[in-house]
Design a protein around this ligand. Structure first.
Ligand code: SAM
Length: 272
């Protein structure tokens, strides 16, 4: 246990803190569905983000025997460690997850990330995980349903956008099931959903310049009603995107993820 404050007795349940996105799961059916979706196997290296009061942590420990958790709220550290004793071996990292090097947590196995994430930090956590994609075997996250819909959307969908392309370029994204507000205490104002993400093998990603790829996707969707030619006029200055095999009158929302990769690689090779 790192940085632990032994401030509370066993069984103490602190009030939920809004600024930490605390909505604690209490629906046992949903908790079982998450554990079932993760389906831990012997030797798996499980890491949970934001264990809270242990709603997913303890059932996962019952199944798997050991788990590492990353929790920022000091008031939860002692109750978690104490509560875990009856379930298995818990390593608690008391840190902001955005400062945790996931790669260093992987041992001979890549890590399997699990979490009912604080919704105010979902995008930063997703992008932080992508930075460590090579060390991650899979992820199972509870997020706002609206975010999961955007993550999993394909071309032609109203919600296909920057998040869809950036995540799907690096991972397979599979929406698993929806979760109503009543499954949490306190209930959030929005519906939630559980998503599975499986990083592609590094040699399958094929992005030659990650920063350029991110810029192409950002600019393309930054002006989503413009044609690709106009939206990318700055990046593509002096080069024609027809030469990259794309229709210049197409809009970003019609372009496949693989075509964004091809376009950014072509721009890299042709001097952007
Ligand atoms: N897993 C628990 C559950 O399902 O009941 C709690 C989920 S709650 C939605 C999000 C959890 O993330 C809280 O325990 C909160 O304290 C924690 N959290 C918030 N910001 C964090 C951060 N930057 N780093 C690590 N944990 C954080």
């Amino acid at each position: 246990m790192t940085g632990t404050a032994k401030t509370h007795a066993k069984g103490f349940k602190p009030e939920a803190k809004k600024h930490l996105g605390q909505h604690f799961l209490h629906d046992q059916g949903i908790i079982s569905m998450i554990v079932h979706a993760v389906d831990p196997k012997p030797g798996d290296r499980l890491v949970e983000i934001g264990p809270g009061q242990g709603a997913i942590t303890f059932p996962l420990l019952d199944r798997h025997g050991e788990l590492t958790v990353i929790e920022f709220d000091r008031d939860l550290i002692f109750p978690l460690s104490e509560g875990a004793r009856a379930h298995g071996t818990l390593e608690v990292i008391h840190r902001d997850v955005l400062t945790v090097d996931f790669t260093s947590l992987a041992n001979e196995s890549r890590i399997r990330l699990v979490g009912n994430l604080p919704y105010n930090l979902s995008s930063p956590i997703l992008f932080h995980a992508l930075d460590h994609a090579a060390a991650i075997r899979d992820m199972h996250f509870m997020l706002q349903k609206e975010v999961v819909d955007r993550m999993a959307a394909g071309p032609g969908s109203k919600v296909y956008g920057r998040l869809s392309v950036m995540l799907q370029a690096y991972c397979q994204v599979i929406a698993l099931f929806d979760v109503p507000p009543g499954a949490f205490r306190p209930p959030p104002k929005v519906d939630s959903a559980v998503v599975r993400m499986i990083p592609h093998a590094p040699d399958k990603i094929g992005i030659d310049d990650r920063a350029l790829f991110a810029r192409v996707v950002r600019d393309a969707f930054g002006q989503r009603r413009k044609t690709l030619r106009n939206a990318l006029s700055q990046i593509c200055e002096g080069v024609s995107i027809e030469a990259a095999g794309l229709r210049p009158d197409a809009r970003a929302e019609q372009i496949e993820v693989a075509d964004f990769v091809r376009l950014s690689n072509w721009l890299k090779a042709n001097g952007s």
